[in-house]
Design a protein around this ligand. Structure first.
Ligand SMILES: [Mg+2]
Ligand SMILES: [Zn+2]
Length: 180
């Protein structure tokens, strides 16, 4: 199988507005430029994966079924962009699980299952944990300044994204320029 080039996306604050512990599909609102950004990347041959920390489940705020419903709504609203797979960590931070970003487990599983060429793939997110996750799975990470992005950019000096983008569309354009 020929390896595929992937873009891993954080969900809340990267693809869609982050209202905190989103559990109602009716409230899903993608960023205005999200669909355009995805379509540009899709046209360039990238395959999409969503990797999300959904600690609202572990904290007992909502059941896994609600997270699935929100994910389905995100995909629906971003069509015809297509996500190959969606992976999420359902645990609260105190549970010390092995799958919460920035830990690489969910990403490594996707890389293996979908034959992803990590060196030519990218991670995009709005938090330090997303940037560190990218590094932990072996691909360059882009910080978007939406949601927590600006705050984390100032707060964490030890975070090393390859690029800081004002929004998802600028992140996509960076990938089109830099991706080989
Ligand atoms: Mg986020
Ligand atoms: Zn977990």
């Amino acid at each position: 199988m020929t390896p595929i080039r992937a873009v891993f996306f954080d969900r809340d604050g990267t693809l869609i507005y982050d209202y905190g512990y989103l559990s109602d599909p009716a409230r899903v609102r993608p960023y205005k430029c999200a669909r355009e950004a995805l379509l540009l990347l899709q046209k360039a041959g990238y395959h999409f994966f969503m990797v999300s920390n959904q600690s609202g489940i572990g904290r007992g705020y909502f059941p896994p079924t609600a997270a699935h419903a929100v994910n389905r709504r995100v995909c629906e609203l971003l069509r015809p962009a297509h996500f190959e797979a969606i992976a999420f960590c359902p645990h609260a931070p105190e549970e010390n699980c092995t799958c919460r970003k920035p830990l690489p487990k969910l990403g490594l599983e996707l890389i293996k299952k979908y034959h992803i060429d990590v060196a030519h793939s990218f991670m995009i997110g709005d938090k330090k944990s997303d940037i560190d996750f990218g590094h932990n799975i072996g691909c360059p990470s882009i910080l978007v300044q939406t949601a927590n992005g600006k705050k984390h950019q100032q707060k964490y000096r030890d975070m090393h994204p390859v690029y800081i983008a004002r929004d998802l569309l600028r992140a996509a354009k960076f990938i089109l320029r830099e991706g080989k």
